[in-house]
Structures are given as structure tokens and as C-alpha cells.
Design a protein around this ligand. Structure first.
Ligand SMILES: Cc1ncc(COP(=O)(O)O)c(C=O)c1O
Length: 407
């Protein structure tokens, strides 16, 4: 058998392919799978995948559509019926009605991040992203070799993007600013005044705002503001949204974009070229989302709020750990600097010794080495179990390692 060195293989590739880094989280998932294969019980705080079942209105809509033969191509913009439902939903949530040509259906929010940046940003232009941030933003920008300008999010500012910090990073090359509120990985929700300040900067300096709103419906006691209301997504605001998180539909792969018509037209051509369309029956299932009773969504959010409170209170009692209480999404971003460990050491220790899977802050940027992200997509009993195991490991460490700080 002929064996090739990695270097020789890499030489065969388009250099751009070597710029692909993927999502660091998937590396930890491999380790978790190995431990579970050996029979170890793991408490899962790592994946941002709601543990609720997809609402039955969605499942039934899908089955009905399959039974009547909705198994063919659709327009690459998506089904008109679903786009119209999204227009109505946008009106209810944000108070403006985009045109049909401003709305396109996609297989989740993730590919849309790539489609937007690929269609809009030129080689010499810059994109401003928060640090920490959802890793796809960095990965796509790295793949496309576009300069990423990072705005550090500060814990003392509630991990929200501070418009003043943002304004210091704007240059004539700034083409786009990425907002994500509620935020992954911190759960931070920007205030309406902060969002408005970013919109004013966008107008003044003529850049686009890519607003990733996949957690828009997941907030606790606050109303989430969107930059889309300032220009109805007609000029410079692009909203990306998804059914993955709010409706427990991560595996269905269904999302949408609202943006200026000239951009959406290009994205429809890219969709046509690469994926043709989202499967027809998945889009019909998506229409079922608008039949989900409000009480069902409220009940999911209420359960998430209880979990958040339990997790944050418990984390704040662990030696060397402090944690803010975020107002949205389903993540907490805990400060573990008092343990004397980096986020990676902490995540490794918890996986190996406590059977608790969580993600180091370094998976989300360069500014978050002293933090870890926990997702509360597990029930209250499992949260208690995870906290108790972490407490056991940290308390033992405290006895053997007096250097444990901040106690
Ligand atoms: C901020 C953010 N945007 C997009 C996505 C991807 O969502 P989707 O499942 O719709 O591709 C995620 C998933 O974790 C996310 O956190």
C-alpha cells in the first residue's frame, strides 16, 4: 500500500481548503463519545441543542406534507407560503413587513453566515466580530481570507458589545459588523440603546450589520431588540434566523434570512448553485411552527429560566468560580480564573474526573481563556448532578493544591 505524507497530500489541495478550521467544539465531542463508549456517564453541558422534543404541530405538518407528495424541488428562495408566514411573524415581532424578495429560506443559519459574507465582503475589506463569539463567524472569515477585527467583550460590561469599543475599531475598510443578541457563548442581550448606537455608526460609516438572531425568542424578562427595525432590512441590515433553537429543531436544518433585495437575489443564486433548495417537506413542517401554541413556547422558556437560575446559583458556590446571570439564549459563561486553571485545563479536568462535558472559552475566541461555557439543555436533576460532581473535584483539588485562588 502506498502511504502519503500529510504535507504531500496538503500540497494537492487548493490552499484555501487548508484555511478550513471547522468548529473546535467537535473535537471535544469526539472525546466525550469515547468515554461514553467505555460506559462512563457524562453530564452534557457542551452542545447547544435543546433537549425538548420538536413541537407536535411541526411533526404533524411534516407528515401531512409527505403524505400528499411534497417531495419535489421548490424555488431556491423557498416556499412562498413559508416566506409569507415569516413576513407576518417579522411584523408581529419587530413591527415591519419585509417584501417577499427580501426573504429566503435556507438549511439553517450556519450556511447563511457563509453565503452573506461570501456575497458581500471583498478581499481587502474588514469584518468586526465580538470576541468571544460563535465560532462559525471566525471560521468563515478565515476560510475566505477576510480580515477579522475583534471587539473584546468585557465581563464587567455584562459581556454586551459596547458601541464605544466597536467605534474604535471602525476603519474605511469596515464592510460589516456582526451582532448576535442574545449571544452565544455568553447569553448577553444588548440593550435597545446599544443596538441603536450600532445602527447610527453603520449609517455614519456606511457598513452592513449582520444580525444573527437565532436566539431572538429565547430571553428571560427582557425584550430583545433588533437592528432590523431601523431600516426594515432594506439598506444595510441583514437578519439571519433559524428554527433550530427556539423550536427544538436543530436536526431539521431550517432557517431564513431577511435582507436587502439585491443581496437576497445573489444568495438565491448561490443557493440554486449549491443546494438547489431546502427539502420541500421540511419547509412545510416549518409552516407548522406558526401553529405552535404560545403556551408551549412559554413553557419551554420558563423551564430554561429555572435551569439558568439553578446553574448560575450552583456555579457561584463552586470554589474559584463566579458566573453572571445572562438574560438570553441557553448558555452561561463562567469565570474560572479563581481556580488557577485555564478554560482548557478546567474543561479537561471536568471531563476526565467529573464526567462533566463543557467547553473552554478559547473555543470562542482569543479573549476568553479564563472562562468556560455551559449550555443548560439538560434537565434540573442533571444540572444538580453536574454541579455536585464539579464541586467534588474542585473541593478535592482545594485540599491538595493550596494555590487555588480567590477563596
Ligand atoms: C449564534 C449562532 N448562530 C447560528 C447557529 C447555527 O444555527 P443553525 O442550526 O440554524 O445552523 C448557532 C448554533 O449554535 C449559533 O449559536
Amino acid at each position: 500500500m502506498i502511504t502519503y505524507s500529510k504535507k504531500a497530500m496538503n500540497n494537492k489541495l487548493n490552499p484555501q481548503a487548508l484555511r478550513l478550521v471547522g468548529q473546535p467544539m467537535f473535537r471535544l465531542l469526539e472525546d466525550v463519545k469515547k468515554l461514553e463508549a467505555k460506559g462512563q456517564d457524562i453530564v452534557h453541558f457542551e452542545i447547544g441543542d435543546p433537549d425538548f422534543n420538536t413541537p407536535s404541530a411541526v411533526v404533524e405538518a411534516c407528515i401531512r406534507s409527505l403524505r400528499v407528495g411534497q417531495t419535489h424541488y421548490t424555488s431556491s428562495y423557498g416556499l412562498t407560503e413559508l416566506r409569507e408566514a415569516i413576513i407576518d411573524h417579522t411584523y408581529q415581532e419587530l413591527g415591519f413587513k419585509p417584501s417577499l424578495e427580501q426573504v429566503l429560506i435556507a438549511p439553517g443559519a450556519n450556511p447563511l453566515i457563509y453565503f452573506v459574507i461570501q456575497c458581500l465582503v471583498k478581499a481587502h475589506e474588514e469584518v468586526i466580530v465580538s470576541d468571544p463569539s460563535f465560532s462559525t463567524f471566525y471560521s468563515v472569515l478565515n476560510f475566505l481570507n477576510i480580515k477579522t477585527v475583534r471587539v473584546p467583550l468585557k465581563e464587567e460590561y455584562g459581556f454586551r458589545m459596547n458601541p464605544q469599543d466597536l467605534s474604535k475599531r471602525i476603519t474605511p475598510q469596515t464592510k460589516m459588523v456582526v451582532l448576535n443578541s442574545p449571544h452565544n457563548p455568553t447569553g448577553a442581550v444588548m440593550t435597545p440603546a446599544e443596538i441603536e448606537a450600532v445602527c447610527l455608526l453603520a449609517k455614519e460609516h456606511n457598513f452592513f450589520i449582520l444580525s444573527d438572531e437565532v436566539y431572538h425568542l429565547m430571553s428571560y424578562g427582557v425584550k430583545v431588540a433588533s437592528p432590523g427595525v431601523h431600516d426594515s432590512c432594506r439598506e444595510r441590515t441583514i437578519i439571519i434566523n433559524s428554527f433550530s433553537k427556539s423550536f427544538a429543531m436543530t436536526g431539521w436544518r431550517l432557517g431564513y434570512i431577511i435582507g436587502p433585495e439585491f443581496l437576497i437575489e445573489r444568495i438565491s443564486l448561490l443557493t440554486q448553485t449549491i443546494i438547489s433548495c431546502v427539502p420541500s417537506f421540511i419547509q412545510w413542517a416549518g409552516l407548522g411552527v406558526f401553529d405552535v401554541p404560545d403556551e408551549e413556547i412559554k413553557a419551554m422558556n420558563e423551564e430554561l429560566r429555572l435551569r439558568r437560575d439553578l446553574l448560575v446559583d450552583g456555579l457561584n458556590q463552586l470554589p474559584g468560580v463566579t458566573c453572571l446571570k445572562p438574560q438570553g439564549a441557553f448558555y452561561v459563561f463562567a469565570n474560572i480564573q479563581g481556580t488557577g486553571m485555564t478554560g482548557e485545563q478546567f474543561a479537561d479536568l471536568m471531563l476526565q474526573e467529573a464526567g462533566v462535558a463543557l467547553l473552554p472559552g478559547s473555543n470562542f475566541g482569543q479573549e476568553a481563556n479564563g472562562y468556560v461555557r455551559l449550555c443548560y439543555a439538560v434537565n434540573c436533576d442533571r444540572i444538580k448532578e453536574g454541579l455536585s460532581r464539579m464541586n467534588g473535584v474542585l473541593s478535592k483539588r482545594l485540599l491538595t493544591s493550596p494555590s487555588l485562588k480567590a477563596l
